[in-house]
Each structure stands twice: as C-alpha cells, then as structure tokens.
Design a protein around this ligand. Structure first.
Ligand code: GRF
Length: 192
C-alpha cells in the first residue's frame, strides 16, 4: 500500500512507521511526507530516510479548504492510497476526508472518546484518571471521532508529568500505529 504521512512536529511516529516499513513488519511504501510547519523536525527525519517531504504551510492557504485542496492534489499526484495523520495538528475539512473516505487514519494520545483535542495528555493528568493510552481511528468530520481501529492502554503513575506520561503513551503509539494500518488496509481489501 502506498502511504502518505501528514505530520506537524517532531515526527517520532513518522520514524516508527519508516522503521516498520524497512524491517517489513508493515508491508507498505511511504510515498510522501506532508508537513505544515517550516523547520519541523519531521522534515529532517524524512530527508535522512529519502522520503520526499513536501511543505504545505497552512499560513499560506486560506480558508482551511485551500490547504486541504493542496494536500489532496499532492497525495493524488503521488498515487497515495492511504493517508496517516501522525501528529497532524490541523483540523481537516470534508474535502480531504471525502477524497480519502475510509482510507485516512489518525493517531491520538488518549483512549477515545475521552480527552479529544490538542491537550489530551494534560487533560488526562488533570482529570486524575489512572489509565489512559492512545487510539488509532478513521478520520471523520468531527475531530478525534471516527471508528476506532486499535487502542493501547498505559497506566498513569503518581509522579507523572505531561512529558513522562506522553513518553509512555508514545511508546505504545509506535507499536500500534503500524499494526492498525496493516489491519485497516487488510480489512478494506478483504471487504470486511
Ligand atoms: C503524538 O502523541 C500523537 O498522538 C499526537 O501528536 C503526537 C505526535 O508526536 N497527535 P510525533 O510528532 O510523532 O513525535
């Protein structure tokens, strides 16, 4: 399967996906990385791995649909079949969702439907939950909604800070994201 990855920042999930592809635990090709922040570390990581990295800076596209139109054009030009949002910190519009209906996945650092939004790790800490985790789900119009493909749970420990908790969650993200992609692609190919 030809994947297009969308990411905004550090790109540790992007790296985990590249590793899964190169060690063949995920049977896929990464056709392109799309990123929206100039200087994002993820772009360096793509270059090191010879993955084409395309900057589409949301500040240059107004309204929101225009950014998504540019993203879809880039993905289609590269014959991308499935889109993976791995730390994509922009709200996507129906334009992108429709173009990749049931072929777009997102990873979110909580056990959805709890703690939607951009501050999921902090919100879980503040709520005092003792278990949180991460979720891979299909992208739908409502942010951080859409059918769930896979989840992993992690404990919240008494001395956790946002960073220690996020690190524990991310270790699980790296594990389940490649698995969830494989599962979702397999299901769609077998029609189940
Ligand atoms: C991940 O925790 C992901 O769940 C969230 O943003 C973070 C991205 O991290 N949406 P990275 O850029 O993959 O390191």
């Amino acid at each position: 399967v030809r994947l297009g990855i969308m990411a905004s920042g550090t790109g540790s999930n992007f790296v985990a996906l590249c590793d899964a592809v190169s060690d063949r635990t995920l049977s896929a090709e990464i056709a392109v990385l799309i990123y929206n922040n100039p200087g994002a570390l993820v772009a360096e990581r793509a270059k090191e791995r010879n993955v084409p990295a395309v900057l589409l800076d949301h500040r240059q596209y107004k309204p929101r649909e225009e950014l998504d139109r540019a993203i879809v054009a880039e993905l289609q030009r590269r014959n991308v079949e499935w889109v993976v949002m791995a730390g994509w910190m922009r709200i996507v519009t129906p334009l992108l969702i429709e173009a990749f209906r049931d072929r777009a996945l997102n990873i979110h650092p909580s056990l959805l439907p709890s703690f939607k939004g951009a501050h999921a790790v902090e919100n879980a800490l503040d709520a005092g939950v003792k278990i949180t985790g991460c979720t891979v789900h299909y992208v739908r119009e409502q942010v951080d909604s859409g059918p769930i493909v896979m989840q992993a749970a992690v404990p919240v420990l008494p001395d956790d800070t946002r960073d220690t908790l996020h690190a524990r969650i991310q270790a699980q993200e790296y594990r389940i994201l490649p698995q969830a992609i494989a599962l979702a692609v397999h299901r769609s190919r077998s029609g189940s």
